[in-house]
Design a protein. Sequence first.
Length: 290
Amino acid sequence: MIMVAATGTFAASDSVVKAIGSSVPLLALLWVRYLFQAGVLGLWQARLGALSLRSSGTFKLQLLRAFLLLINSACTFAGLRSLPLPVATSLAMMAPLVSTLLAAVVLNEDVSRSKWCMVFLGFAGMLMVVRPGSGQFTWAVIFPIGAAATFACFQVVSSKLSRTADAITTNFLTALVSTCALTLLLWADKTALIPEIRSVEFGSWFGVLAMASLSTFGHLLMLQALRRTPLAVLTPFGYAQLGFATVFSWIFFRQVPSVWTALGMAVIALSGIGTVLLHARSRPQSGNNA
């Protein structure tokens, strides 16, 4: 239930980003989001003490994780500005399929036929959602697909860090590094950004704070879920975000997915869940062989 609540929170955060649209510069939107998370987790980190920072794992991996999540957020926010909420969410949910491709192409792992079937099934679902040649297909689909690719890499790095680093410390460092990087980018482009930021209406800033609060709360819920249940068990429940995204899209934006889009979303969800379950089933076998 905690994981499902987390997915609902993330879908609500994405809905706020969709509602804000392009009224707030993307860099400012990202900066507030990670600054808020760094502040909240910083308070939590203070309770753990400085000793936990020493067991934060390889610092290079922490940096890589932060930049991967930052790119993922940028792609997600950019996609939400141009695509319907359920479409952007479903395409971004192809991360498990991308992980399979990376394992086969980059890591030269032996991928079973059943996993390849899930990849092709997910690709078919993506084609149903974007429908090349139709009015629904735009260049903006590259953003959620980029979000899926970076999130797949993010999961690999997170898995390695989870063996040595505390979850709170890792998420705090991710938010801190992202905030520092975004601060530098804002300062470098301050001449163009400051006039845009000053022109943002108060209501939009309220939406930005709501988005940052929801996103941070969602991460805290996910941390609590991970403390109780293994990631392999929780991941299939993450696809509940597709349902929340569809409901919020209908309530707030009066956008209902077409039959082909809904079918494609279902296919992507099934292929993603199937991929996760196949990976979970193969892990004990690989551990016994070792």
